[in-house]
Design a protein around this ligand. Structure first.
Ligand code: CP
Length: 294
């Protein structure tokens, strides 16, 4: 079984092979193929999603798979059924792979060890979001040709960000330099060798990746004022004008417009935010195919 639980520890050849396969699907003109005909994939989202859920579904359908959509709010989870019992239930019905998004960190590994179908992590707590990391790498490679030597500054709510962690592990493996920039109460102490830099220094990076302020994960009082945050750590139009000419803006979305990034920048020429979403489909095609190939 070829689960994808995270990018930490994934080798450079493995990362490259997924990116290359995504490029193959990206260039594929046929909208739907029958590579996964008669294979059943369940999307199990125990936490809300728009981009990840629908791009997985798009990817599965483009590959010709049969798709089952599970949403916890209208399931027996509401009656107290556990995540494990839910996944085992779908497994016993015959799914071939499961895409799973979870609120808590640290339970996915154990879950994957207990079931026999491959699981693909669609985001687990603040731990990892591997397909987001892969689509981000793909977007950077598309822009710059290679990842080695790039300086990527990840700015904002690092503490609560699975996107920051997945990007960090994969970018370091690929030879890019990653720096973090965050207010003191949004820094993470559990992540290895990364330097924290100022906002001014972050503006000199090749990639300025802004993170969403994740209010739903905050303890009370972490964000005192959205306007104050914007002034200190937001990518304002004035700051973006000081970025390098070739540099790009990224953000995993959803975006808090005029908090971590100014409204006018979201679809500005430097912004790759919508291309990131577009790239989510071929990346997820590559990952699902990897999980189910014989
Ligand atoms: N970037 C991302 O994971 O978005 P969703 O929460 O909408 O899936």
């Amino acid at each position: 079984q070829r689960s994808l639980l995270g990018l930490k520890g994934m080798s450079q050849p493995e990362l490259v092979s997924i990116l290359d396969r995504a490029a193959y699907w990206d260039a594929h003109t046929e909208k739907q193929v029958s590579v996964l005909q008669s294979r059943f994939v369940a999307n199990m989202f125990f936490e809300n999603s728009t981009r990840t859920r629908f791009s997985f579904e798009m990817a599965e359908k483009r590959l010709g798979a049969e798709v089952l959509n599970f949403t916890s709010a209208v399931s027996s989870v509401e009656k107290g059924e556990s995540i494990y019992d839910t996944v085992r239930t779908l497994e016993s019905m015959g799914i071939d792979a499961g895409i799973i998004r979870l609120k808590p960190s640290g339970v996915l590994q154990e879950l994957a060890e207990k079931v026999n179908v491959p699981l693909i992590n669609a985001g687990d707590g603040n731990n990892e979001h591997p397909t987001q990391g892969l689509l981000d790498l793909y977007t950077m490679r598309q822009e710059f040709g290679e990842l080695k030597g790039l300086h990527v500054a990840i700015v904002g709510d690092i503490l609560h960000s699975r996107v920051a962690r997945s990007n960090l592990w994969a970018l370091q493996t690929m030879g890019a330099k990653v720096s973090f920039c965050a207010p003191d109460n949004m820094r993470a102490d559990d992540i290895g060798e990364v330097s924290y830099i100022s906002m001014e220094e972050a503006l000199q990076a090749d990639v300025v990746m802004m993170l969403r302020v994740q209010l739903e994960r905050h303890a009370v009082g972490i964000l005192k004022s959205a306007e104050e945050y914007r002034l200190q750590y937001g990518l304002t139009e004035e700051r973006a004008a000081r970025m390098k000419q070739h540099a790009i803006i990224m953000h995993p979305a959803p975006v808090n417009r005029n908090v971590e990034i100014d409204d006018a920048l979201v679809e500005s020429p430097k912004s790759k935010i919508f291309p990131q979403m577009q790239n989510g489909v071929p990346i997820r095609m590559a990952v699902i195919e990897r999980a189910l190939r014989n």
